[in-house]
Design a binder for this molecule. Sequence first.
Ligand SMILES: *Cc1c(COP(=O)(O)O)cnc(C)c1O
Length: 493
Amino acid sequence: MKYISTRNNNISLTSSQAIIQGISKDGGLFVPDQLPQISLEDLKDLDYKKLTFEILSVFLTDFEDNDLKECIENAYDNKFDTEAIAPLVKVGEDYCLELYHGSTLAFKDMALSLLPHLFKKALKINNIDEEVVILTATSGDTGKAALEGFANIDGIKIIVFFPEEGVSKIQKLQMKTQEGANTFVVGINGNFDDAQNGVKKIFNDEIFIKRLDKNNYILSSANSINIGRLVPQVVYYFHSYFELVRNNQINLGDSINFTVPTGNFGNILAAYYAKKMGLPINKLICASNENKVLTEFFDTGIYDRRRELKLTSSPSMDILISSNLERLLYHLDESHEDLTPIYMEDLSKNGFYKVIKENLSEFYAAFATEDEVSETIKRVYEKYDYLLDTHTAVAYNVCKKYQKETNDKTKTVIVSTASPYKFASTVASSIGIDLKNMDEFEVIDEISKKVNSDIPKSIKDLKTKEIVHENNCNKEDMREIIKDFLGVGGSSA
Ligand SMILES: *Cc1c(COP(=O)(O)O)cnc(C)c1O
């Protein structure tokens, strides 16, 4: 399997090369040149790790089988607090796929527990002995999960930029207390899009990259633009489907829906890939918060980022430029007229684009307001004794809107992306806890008492951890701070 750029079919890399590069030099994203068909019958009884191996091996074709198996063993071990890795829980008529049982309590762990191991193998396959610098922009969860994954890995440094005013208290604390001499964390005076754009610009800055190269560094990314993030995410869509079959909720071959709380469009794109590989999916339901650019896009075919970013209680979805949508556009461009680069040019020059031929009907999209998020957390807790985090509540709310609007009775899996303890204040006030002057940890204790569930260990540990990262910069100064970290100073490049 080869990986080609969404902006130029002539750029073609192996999977290990695409993982190392992260993003194509022309600014495009790497996409697999085909989506292989999978036999449901062959995979239906596999456990999470074995299933991961089967899916990875069709995408990452230049990795040795034994290497892949070793990576998978190292990724999905006791860092996860359940052997099921990704449990599926029935909530009313629907099912929640809990992807937050890894060490940072968000679904990013599903891919980022694996990526560093894949990365190390990829460097070996390509005989690269330069030091790798992982550069990542985060809306809160990617940063911590990437830091955890890459901390103390030889030959790799990791630099994470997060929006100072755009992440939850717990998310910020998780990052600022990160251990590992190879980790660097910087708060940006701006929002997530500023951080993400800054990182993208650095990747396209040839002079800067040459300077790093001279100092024996190569740049890469752990953002969901990296194909090594996307492929592991395909796995849990198959896994949850087979869980439904094994629990006699559906028959093999029946169609189901997925509702995915969406920001950068990475998670739901993985669902789309699963569908194209033969997983029987009826609707892909794309759930947004009040930053509803994607809802409008699926309704009108116009993607328009020209608005203020809102800071919501689901910060990991506070995004106006959903990077991975570029991959969907590429796959939907069935007439092969190379429309994707034109759209992306429009977006960067004019702030919007309108798709002309693409059929978007495989998707349904809607959004949830802040009030609806709180109401949903309250209602689901009272009715089903099940606590949703803010992101999953967005998805739950949108799922109900879809079902009401269409009367579609297809079984639906709601993708649960974070632990409610990670977004404690909103969750607590939604279920009637009076926050008074409580600090975040007191709020967490109150939730635990009220709903009678254990506080995840990584949150407890956070309380006593030392803050070791205090860096902050303006979005214009990201290059300078990188140069400082790496000791490759000198006048501006
Ligand atoms: C990152 C994240 C999302 C959004 O996922 P995308 O792949 O960016 O669409 C949703 N919920 C949580 C908790 C996240 O961390």
